[in-house]
Write a protein that binds this ligand. Sequence first.
Ligand code: URA
Length: 426
Amino acid sequence: FDVVDLIRSKRDRNELSTAQIDWLVDAYTRGYVAEEQMAAMTMAIFLNGMDRREIRDLTLAMIASGERMNFDGLGKRTVDKHSTGGVGDKITLPLMPLVATFGVAVPQLSGRGLGHTGGTLDKLESIPGWRANLSNDEMFAQLRDEGGVICAAGSGLAPADGKLYALRDITGTVEAIPLIASSIMSKKIAEGTSALVLDVKFGSGAFLTDIERSRELARTMVDLGNDAGVATTALLTNMNVPLGLAIGNANEVRESIEVLAGGGPADVVALTIALAREMLTLAGQPDADVEAALADGRAMDTWRRVIRAQGGDPDAALPVARETHTVVADRDGVLVQQDALPFGIAAWRLGAGRARKQDPVQHAAGIDLLAKPGDTVRAGQPLFTLSADEPARFARALESVEGAWRIGDPGEPVLDGGPLVAERVS
Ligand code: URA
């Protein structure tokens, strides 16, 4: 094929054939298709879309660009969860040990944060000694012995996606449903999980803000998974307000440990339980008593074992920031607004996130919320605390949360975007 013909074809709203898609992905992965040509192609896909068959072919071609893992030898069911990312989304941390407690293997291949959404590996790296990079053999052994693992996806998994995602990131073509769906699902299918639950976010802190687009993304990914033999369902969940009270890294680990100890903020507990139920239903245990496993310490025991297995010390003190700055209520009333995106950006500016892929994160930086939408507050009451190692970071963080929260009168509607779990897609 001639890549220019393929670009013209998609530009003119034609379908690409299976053979054309296979060739394109393979040639791009090997470096025979130039970055600028692939950039033109991703923009044509962004503007003109792809049908279900094309999206499936693109996903399969990306899977074929690398290795495929296989957990058949474990003798246990495998079930994974993927979240499209949000502000304060630490759910993987309590969820993995909770589900693994029921004898199901949970291979959580996770990523790092980029921009305002945090990354699970960055959060866990605030635990002294904890190691994100495992070989495939180490991962397999830990799944067999402990039932769960959270680690970095090896570069052998869907390498075409690694290259394509970096290109999309700098060409304004991330937010295209065919490209997002094939990117996420190629990695999950190549990983070899037998079941998958997707937490697809909508709302200000999500990367697709409106629920209609999130629903379309969920539908596309659920179909891709089931077509590939991976039992897949999705929950559409609300990301208009930060999840829980902690936004950052070490503080999110702290909050996750509270949930594993049977406490923690109500929204984090509710979403952890909802996703655990979905995962265990797909794994053949629809009646598993997940609340009991949180309340009686079994999930905590599993957490401690999996953290130790990866070199972490579950009893070590987590890092604390050198400087804090607390914002207080300017009047009596009810907190009616706490917008996820500006709070995510503020945490990122405090050092919890990175601007470039190679940057380190500051594990103790972030935000602790001291009130949630709907709470009654009094003038002078602390609303949230910013933490950073360098006090110079406070000004820009404060700038980004200006206008992002508001205290109203009792009875005023709370702008939280509705229920936490809006819909289920299966
Ligand atoms: N996450 C991914 O892995 N890929 C995307 O395209 C978007 C989010």
